[in-house]
Design a protein around this ligand. Structure first.
Ligand code: NDP
Length: 244
């Protein structure tokens, strides 16, 4: 009997890349997936495919930078499926640039989506999980949570923050609630589309040639969810074998 079947898994940033791949894999394993992102046309299409394949899915417009939208997203899961087993805090952006370019608006956006978004997921989900007496947060960080590279100072700072928040949360809630941080290396997705700096975009294009499929990260997420309740997988790094 799969430990995933029947679980209610909320996924932020489910409209593409890793979030979409996780939704597909978890639905195939019998989870009720609750999909959130801003591009609802994509979510609608994905949910209808998953349902047509025999899965269970719901979706709602979600901007993770808006705390009230995250609360409404959790409420959707409770209304539709009655519980929250897993919150996959996956939504993220990566507009890389050198600090001296002073793309301050992009720094702010990264902080809002990559850090505040995760905190909003925790703020909305933690009281529900505490009341239930169970739950699991899976926060998507990055190999950029372990080392900094040029043009990625702010992006890496947000991912170091996700790592710190995940570890702090684990220390405070272990016993009832599991906390997993998954850190991908370069993975096929739309993440690099947000880069407005031409030089950084070109470097990333080269670097991304070795990308692994988003399904590789989905497999790591599935692994963390399917462990028995007393087993808390805290940290997973998944890189391309060809990683530099
Ligand atoms: P994608 O760009 O393909 O997916 C990002 C997702 O985040 C989209 O579904 C997007 O949906 C969503 N998103 C962006 N802003 C918001 C917002 N304000 N509110 C809600 N959703 C939002 O990239 P990935 O799949 O690669 O990214 C997923 C996570 O993986 C990110 O946290 C990223 O940092 C991390 N990561 C990715 C790596 C890679 O190489 N791909 C490597 C390391 C980490 P929409 O635009 O519809 O809102």
């Amino acid at each position: 009997m799969s430990n995933v079947k029947g679980k209610v898994v909320l996924i932020t940033g489910a409209s593409s890349g890793i979030g979409e791949a996780a939704a597909r894999l978890l639905a195939q394993h019998g989870a009720h997936v609750v999909l959130g992102a801003r591009r609802t046309d994509r979510l609608e299409k994905l949910a209808s495919i998953l349902i047509a394949e025999g899965g269970s899915a719901a979706y709602q417009a979600l901007d993770v930078t808006k705390r009230e939208q995250m609360e409404a997203f959790i409420q959707l899961a409770l209304d539709r499926f009655g519980r929250v087993d897993v919150i996959l805090n996956n939504a993220g952006i990566m507009p890389l640039s050198p600090l001296e370019s002073l793309k301050v608006d992009e720094w702010d956006r990264m902080i809002d989506v990559n850090i505040r978004g995760v905190l909003h997921g925790i703020a909305a989900g933690l009281p529900v999980m505490k009341k239930q007496g169970f739950g699991q947060f899976i926060n998507i960080a990055s190999i950029g949570a372990y080392a900094v590279s040029p043009t990625a100072a702010v992006y890496c700072a947000t991912k170091y923050a996700v790592r710190a928040i995940s570890e702090g949360l684990r220390q405070e809630v272990s016993g009832d609630i599991r906390v997993t941080q998954v850190s991908p290396g370069v993975t096929e997705s739309e993440l690099a589309d947000s880069i407005s700096d031409n030089a950084a975009r070109q470097v990333m294009k080269e670097y991304r040639r070795i990308s692994i499929p988003a399904s590789a990260i989905a497999n790591a997420i599935l692994f963390a969810i399917e462990q028995p309740p007393e087993v808390d997988v805290n940290e997973i790094i998944v890189r391309p074998t060809a990683s530099i």
